[in-house]
Design a protein around this ligand. Structure first.
Ligand code: HEC
Length: 121
């Protein structure tokens, strides 16, 4: 096991399979830095947190939905979330936001954090 794998445990495997999934045609090219700027500009952060972590709204990172479902939700949200039209949020900005959310590291596996293993000893 490589050192990195030991630190993040199985969460890393999840991130790896997500990366594989995103090489498909359904997944657009996006720019992380531009995505962060768009995430702030159109106000996603007000409901999803600066990291997409979901305080006070729903968690959307790490590991966002597959891109087709993600884009569809943002364009046509049936629920509480406002919809974002291409006029407010062009397709490339949406792809950039997706790249930004996908760039968030997966949460570490708690079983791999030594300090947490000491609780109750
Ligand atoms: C006014 C608050 C608000 C804003 C602004 C907002 N969202 Fe949401 N979002 C929500 C809420 C609440 C939900 C959960 C609602 C539901 O499931 O119907 C949600 C759900 C989602 C989901 C679905 C997550 C899932 O796993 O089902 C995605 C993706 C998402 N938001 C992306 C975005 C993006 C990208 C932006 C910016 C373009 C954004 N949201 C802006 C409130 C917001």
């Amino acid at each position: 096991m490589r050192h990195e794998d030991r630190i993040t445990g199985t969460a890393r495997g999840g991130a790896r399979s997500e990366r594989r999934r995103c090489r498909s045609r359904a997944c657009p090219q996006g720019d992380v830095a531009r995505g962060k700027a768009a995430f702030l500009r159109v106000g996603c952060y007000t409901c999803h947190g600066y990291e997409g972590q979901g305080v006070p709204g729903k968690k959307i990172a790490p590991n966002p939905l597959a891109y087709p479902a993600f884009a569809n939700f943002v364009r046509t949200s049936p629920g509480e979330m406002p919809t974002f039209t291409p006029k407010v949020l062009p397709d490339q900005d949406l792809a950039d936001i997706y790249a930004y959310l996908r760039s968030k590291p997966a949460s570490p596996n708690p079983a791999m954090i030594p300090l947490l293993q000491e609780v109750g000893r």
